[in-house]
Write a protein that binds this ligand. Sequence first.
Ligand code: IPE
Ligand code: IPE
Ligand code: MG
Length: 248
Amino acid sequence: MSLKSKIITEKLPLHVAIIMDGNGRWASQQGEIRTFGHQNGVKSVREVTEAAAETGVKFLTLYAFSTENWNRPRAEVNALMELLIHTIHVEKETLNKNNIRLLAIGDLMSLPEKCRKELNEAIQETSGNDRMSLILALSYSAKWEICEAIKRISNNVCTGKLDAEDINEKLISSYLTTAGIPDPELLIRTSGEYRVSNFLLWQIAYAELYFSEKLWPEFTREDFYEALINYQNRERRFGQTSGQISKS
Ligand code: IPE
Ligand code: IPE
Ligand code: MG
C-alpha cells in the first residue's frame, strides 16, 4: 500500500525545499560517467514534482545548480546546462497540463543565454498556473542572495528611499529572491550528506530538516511521502514548550 494514504492533508507543509544530491555517486555505482547520473536525476524531479502537486504542496523548491557548482569541470557544467535547456523545453507542456507554475531563483544572469531564454519562456508560459509553484534554484547561493539584498537595502537607505529604522525581518525577506514565497517548513537532502551547502540560509531558519540516504536518481515518490509523514510526526515548538503547543 502506498504511503500516500497516511499523509494528513491538513498538516501538509506549504513549501518543501529539496537539495537533490548524489547524481554523480549513483552514476559511478552503475559504472557510468557523472552526466548519466544527472540525466537519471530528471526522472526523480518529474516524479517528486508530480507527487508534491498531487498531495497539495503549494511550493516546491529544487536546488538544481549552486554558485559553487560553476567550479566543476567545464564538461560537466556544460552537460548540466544542456540538460537544463532540454528538460525545461520538454517538460513545459507537462507543467501546463498539471497546472504547475515555474519560477526560478538565483543569479540567473550568469546562466548561458540559451538557458535563460528557455527558462524565461517556460516561466512566462506557465505563469497562469496556480496548483503549485515549482521553483528552480539555479546558480543560487544563499550568501550571494543575502549580499545582493544588503546592497539594495543600503542603496535605498543612502538615497533616502528607505529609513534604516524600518529594516526588519519582513523587509529583508522582501529583498531576497524568494520574496513573496513563504519560507519552507521542510527541507529534504538526499545522498546521506548532512549539510545545507549554502541553500536558503535565511529562509530555513525554522525549517524541519530531513536527510535521506537515497541518492537522488533513486529517490521516488514513496520516499517523498515518507519525508512528509516524518515531518507530520514532529512537534514544531518555535521556542515554546511542549505543553504550550498541545494546548493551542
Ligand atoms: C547533485 O548531484 C546534482 C548537482 C549538484 C548539480 P552531484 O552531482 O552533486 O552528485 P554527487 O554528490 O557527486 O554524488
Ligand atoms: C548541493 O550539492 C547543490 C545542489 C544540489 C545543486 P553539492 O553536491 O554541490 O554540494 P556539496 O559540494 O556536497 O556541499
Ligand atoms: Mg553532490
